[in-house]
Write a protein that binds this ligand. Structure first.
Ligand SMILES: Nc1ncnc2c1ncn2[C@@H]1O[C@H](COP(=O)(O)OP(=O)(O)OP(=O)(O)O)[C@@H](O)[C@H]1O
Ligand SMILES: O=C(O)[C@H](O)COP(=O)(O)O
Length: 405
């Protein structure tokens, strides 16, 4: 394991990597769970009289979401309940002056770290550790805290460069995400382990199913992947109508894997028995899968019978992991599948992890209580990698930093 902020000496000058990467609508940064989660780490550090300098990224160069972190400082400040000062510089003179002026308990957020050209190239930690960026900042600090679990799959300078040159610790988000997301591989469960998979990124969830068949007793499918598996099982669904682009490309890319996974692991896979669509009057309508001779409707959710069956499997389970939504829950008419499954999980006392940035939004959207789940992940790509057992470079570096001491 790694050292955590419980192991920090008193009153340190800390460089703290957060992941505040957020949706941006019309230039406005949208508040989300990442702010509230990281705020807990930042508040705890500030209350312990450390000097807290935060680094984070937003978007990627060339995208609309690639904006300054000035709004993030305001949102973070509301969640922390203390002022978060912002400086529009990543590591130059202005940033260094602001860092020097910081008093114990004060918090500073530096500019979007992806505005620094040393940050983004995926490089070895050794190369990043000798970049101008890391060499300019590291001497200003006593220690580095990485709380950005959801970016830990990236070999970027702010994630892998500092732990080589500063004592490195995991923040609270890093700690809790790591523990919950590796549970599927590391924890012993006494009863069945169920995984609910859906969403739009079929390639991701098929990879998870392929990697986890020895840890998961049954997969309950929905969303785009669910329809593609129905197609592989011989039903006339799982392709695009008109000019859609959700199904055919993913079918072409994954067809052989889907057919193999279904043939080899069919006993572990539960598919939808009914699907929902918008009828001519705009209302939700449902059709049993066996009655579909030809796909003429866009299916946007699993049906009521499927939700009942999945609910029963969940109630029998000792652990449930969720990746991806069972339907387009953003539209209330098609939220039954996703919300029904989340409610079933919330009502049991099984160990549960809900992952996927989009899917976990359904929890607050439909008034579910986050405390009814063991863990609601704020990670996307890192969650998938953790589930499939792929290493996360930034986590490995925290572990090796501990071993070096
Ligand atoms: N049948 C469907 N057709 C179209 N979209 C669907 C369908 N079922 C689910 N979705 C969409 O899937 C999305 C959630 O899954 P998605 O694969 O995008 O991401 P995620 O796993 O939640 O998050 P991340 O982006 O972090 O990987 C929802 O926004 C929902 O609208
Ligand atoms: O939002 C995320 O999943 C992380 O912040 C990583 O962002 P990236 O995919 O742009 O590297």
């Amino acid at each position: 394991m790694f050292r955590t902020i419980d192991d920090l000496p008193a009153e340190q000058r800390l460089l703290v990597r957060l992941d505040l990467n957020s949706p941006v609508e019309d230039g406005e940064v949208q508040d989300n769970r990442r702010f509230s989660r990281h705020a807990r780490t930042v508040r705890e550090l500030a209350e312990a009289d450390h000097r807290v300098v935060c680094l984070a990224h937003q978007g990627r160069p060339g995208r609309d979401t690639f904006v300054s972190l000035s709004q993030h400082a305001e949102v973070l400040s509301e969640h922390v309940g203390r002022e978060v000062e912002f400086v529009a510089d990543t590591h130059g003179e202005e940033a260094q002056a602001a860092i020097e002026e910081l008093e114990p308990g004060e918090i500073l957020l530096l500019e979007n770290v992806r505005m620094c050209e040393d940050e983004l190239p995926e490089k070895d930690p050794e190369t990043h550790a000798t970049s101008e960026f890391v060499e300019a900042l590291a001497p200003r600090f006593d220690a580095y805290v990485n709380d950005a679990y959801s970016a830990a799959h990236r070999k970027h300078a702010s994630l892998v460069g500092f732990p080589l040159v500063l004592p490195a610790y995991a923040g609270r988000v890093m700690e809790s995400e790591y523990e919950a997301n590796t549970a599927i591989a590391t924890r012993e469960f006494t009863g069945p382990v169920t995984m609910v998979v859906g969403g739009t990124k079929a390639t991701d969830v098929i990879g998870v199913m392929d990697a986890l068949d020895d840890r998961v007793d049954r997969f309950c499918l929905g969303g785009v992947a669910g329809e593609l598996f129905l197609r592989a099982a011989g039903h006339d669904v799982g392709y695009d109508l008109d000019d859609g682009d959700l199904y055919d490309d993913q079918w072409a890319d994954n067809r052989e894997t889907i057919q193999r996974v279904l043939a080899e692991k069919g006993d572990q896979i539960t598919l939808a028995v009914d699907l929902a669509y918008a009828a001519d009057d705009g209302e939700r309508a449902e059709v049993p899968v066996d009655e579909i001779d030809e796909k003429t409707e866009e299916f946007l959710d699993v049906g009521a019978e499927t939700v009942d069956r999945y609910g029963e499997l969940i109630r029998e389970s000792d652990a449930v992991f969720v990746k991806g939504a069972l339907g387009v829950f953003e539209d209330e008419r098609f939220a039954d599948g996703t919300v029904g499954v989340l409610e079933a999980i919330a009502e049991t006392d099984c160990f549960s992890v809900v992952g996927g940035g989009d899917t976990s939004r359904a929890i607050e959207l439909y008034g579910l209580d986050e405390d009814d789940f063991s863990h609601v992940s704020i990670a996307g790509g890192a969650y998938i990698r953790a589930l499939t057992g792929e290493p996360l470079p930034a986590v490995e570096l925290l572990q090796s930093a501990r071993n070096r001491e």
